[in-house]
Design a binder for this molecule. Sequence first.
Ligand SMILES: [Zn+2]
Length: 457
Amino acid sequence: MTKIHFRTILVLIIALSVIFGMGLFVYRIIVHSDEWIQHTYNGHLAGNGGLAEAGIIYDRNGKVLAYSENKLRLYNVDDITRLSTLHVVGDDSMNISSAIQSSYRSHLTGYQFFFGLGLPKSLRRGHDITLTIDADACNTAYYALDGYNGAVVVYNYKTGEVLCSVSTPTYDPLNPPEITEENESEYDGVYVDKVLAGRYAPGSTFKVVTLACALENIPDVEQEIFSCNGSKKIGGKEVTCMHVHGDLTLKEGLSQSCNIVFAELAERLGKDKMTKTANELGFNVSYEINGTYTAKGNYNVSKANTNDLAWSGIGQYTVEANPMQMAIMCGAIANDGVIVMPDEIRSGVTKLQAGSTQKRLISAELARKLDEYMRYDVTNYYGDDLFPTLTVCAKTGTAEVGEGKEPHAWMIGYAQDEDAPLAFAVIVENGGYGYSTAGPVAVSAMEACALITRNAT
Ligand SMILES: [Zn+2]
């Protein structure tokens, strides 16, 4: 009896294990099969990483960026277009994981859950995708980067459409490089779309965050007179400024990018308030864009001493920003405090994003105040003729990176113009001064994108 009883239990356990295993298997197929199918080790895929018969990728004007012909995956005929759109479009490999050809590969190849890729070609049509980017604007930004490594992004803060997104270094998807020890430095970070995944010290562009925190928390801060002698001891150690600015208001402090004003403010505001505002404005946050998550910017002063806290207020210490995150912050300021999430896909795909793509970042009142300050920055410091046809609000940054290297050059901002509602972020690695290096890149990219929105209206 005991023996039979034991066997019954054993059979029951085996049966349950099989049922459980089958359940798990089916579950994993449902959830993961479209990812598995894309892997290059899948022998059923004919060449070109499975893209040999995949759908076409167009830019917003119907320019073909990638297509398949005679079992080959091919790209735009113009080599500069191939270079400038690589990180958005992708290549045959999955190396650039955030690229459309990586994240939407099963869609492009016509993979279907029940039939996989097993249907005859006549029934298994790869889907086409139209992107929001404009190849010409990407080319303009690519040329403007002038061989520097970095990232440029411009998006429409009313619709979310990304018009220009370029990351360098880049390569030709028709002729991917073999990266060896010798050419490693030339291709440093080449598989990363720096717009979405790059992280850099924000330097003075972070003063917008410290400014927001001061406006929110210090009554009458706009009436205060600050004083800069070129350096100041905070927390027992010096914080230095590029100039001796003398007496200045908060607004002059931003437009002249005085370190002392904002270092002092960060110290006065304290860790909690600074962290709260930084979080509100998108630091320590990852945004989902077409199924890819942006790199989180970093603002963490939990272990900072008083001097570190002061430096954090001017975007140094351990502060890091992601270019797309900075563009989103600017877009929110431009749009009365509300972000419309950037989007690189115009049509051809059911959007992966769930829920609302709009979110309030800051109050409309604070957004308008920041707008006033960032506008003053352009009219009173950079000069309003910097952007020939646009009314721009902006902030530059020159982020020290140490090791005897040139600083990273930043410019972030947006246009107020109703027919060109565009926000941007530009980072030029080791480019030197923000204004002189990132400035011209921002101007080129913004003016190129303004032509697009104005032609559309
Ligand atoms: Zn100063």
